[in-house]
Ligand binder design. Structure first.
Ligand code: PLP
Length: 388
């Protein structure tokens, strides 16, 4: 592959060839199930997040694993984001290939193929990764040195979620000292993701927990600074804590991502944003008040919360692979062949099931956006970044 950006170019070309015919058509005529983005609601969500962060220390670095769409990421940046956060080196490559210049892999980059890909990618984009392991720091340093590049480093601190991250301030400090001394790496600060707070329904409790979590992260950052280390970034947070972590005075980057689309899970917990993502479905059978839709687990993410129908309060009896079965009542007017919209239970695991997002404005398809890279795979970037 002659150009490392080739996988993204091919993805866009493929989507334009196969799905571009729908541009200009009424959204309600799309073949179902279809992943539809209300572009006006999306724009309002971008503006609402900007307004929420106005005057705060924290700048927005949206987590783009939610939408897996470089097109939306570029809109977020145009609206004021400092760059993006991603979950994998492959997502980082897709964002960089599409023109995003500042990418944080808010995750551990392991094993060697990904470390080497990250080192190669750092030649083309300002790339930062999270670390929580001394051996990983050694591997990243060696790979960046071999590639002649520099990788930024945030030491991840566990602030109560118990997933990745150094388990104490002193442990984080040791990792920071190691990263600072390592050739090919540039220590930038701390990452702390307070994921255990996101779903706490009691808002006061969520505020207390998230504030405590970020205080812990800030203390680790202060420990590094006290030792004279060049640690200035504190990156963390999500949609569930955007107005808590985003207002913490020590936090410099907010990694919220779900606010762009929202979903049933966040809709129940977070105010300030609208549902902009729905799955357009068709009623394929109706027997009395039992309604069957042509969208199941292969087209709508059911994690955390069962996907509701937009504008209705019915809950699904079940989701099979290609069917959703709802018990409705006399209020429900749709019949076989009619369209019904579902709100995803969880947007990130819905988007990943589709080739394409249809951006709709004024009821018409305005653009088609590739979902890329889909799934857990590398989308061709392994070959593109490390040929031979
Ligand atoms: C490291 C990290 N940062 C931020 C987020 C926040 O994303 P969201 O706004 O979708 O909650 C997540 C979500 O899983 C995450 O894993």
């Amino acid at each position: 592959m002659s150009d490392w950006r080739e996988p993204w170019r091919l993805a866009r070309e493929r989507v334009t060839d196969l799905y571009g015919r729908h541009v200009g058509e009424p959204a309600d005529a799309l073949p179902t199930p279809a992943l539809v983005v209300d572009a006006e609601a999306l724009d309002r969500n971008l503006a609402a997040m900007n307004a929420a962060l106005a005057g705060q220390t924290a700048r927005l670095r949206p987590h783009t694993k939610v939408q897996k769409s470089p097109d939306i990421a570029l809109r977020q940046i145009a609206a004021g984001a400092v760059g993006v956060a991603v979950a994998s080196v492959w997502e980082a490559a897709a964002m960089a290939a599409a023109g995003v210049s500042d990418v944080l892999i808010a995750n551990q980059v392991v094993p060697a193929d990904k470390v080497n890909a990250a080192a190669a990618l750092a030649a083309h984009v300002s790339l930062t990764v999270a670390v929580d392991d001394a051996r990983n720091i050694e591997a990243l340093s060696a790979a960046a040195t071999r590639a002649g590049t520099e990788i930024g480093v945030l030491v991840e601190v566990d602030v109560g979620m118990g997933r990745c991250g150094a388990r104490s301030g002193p442990e984080a400090l040791r990792l920071a000292e190691q990263a600072h001394a390592a050739p090919g790496l540039r220590l930038k600060g701390v990452q702390a993701y307070e994921g255990h707070c996101m779903l706490v329904p009691d808002r006061d409790k969520r505020i207390r927990m998230a504030t405590r979590a970020m205080d812990t992260a800030a203390a680790a950052l202060a420990l590094m600074r006290d030792q004279g280390l060049p640690a200035s970034t504190l990156s963390g947070g999500g949609t569930g804590t955007y107005d808590i972590t985003g207002r913490h005075p020590a936090v410099t980057e907010l990694q919220a991502g779900s606010y762009v689309f929202m979903d049933a899970m966040h809709g129940n917990l977070v105010s300030g944003f609208e549902i902009s993502l729905t799955v357009l479905t068709t009623v394929v059978a109706r027997h009395g008040h039992t309604v069957i839709l042509d969208a199941g687990r292969k087209s709508v993410g059911i994690d955390f919360v069962s996907p509701p129908m937009l504008g209705h309060d019915y809950t699904a009896r079940y989701f099979a692979e290609e069917h959703a079965m709802f018990d409705t009542d006399e209020r429900f007017g749709a019949d076989v062949g009619d369209r019904v919209r579902l709100v995803s239970g969880y947007a990130p695991t819905t988007v990943n099931l589709h080739d394409v997002l249809y951006a709709v404005r004024g009821g018409q398809v305005e653009q088609v956006w590739p979902v890329f890279p889909r799934g857990a795979g590398h989308g061709g970037f392994l070959t593109a970044l490390l040929p031979g």
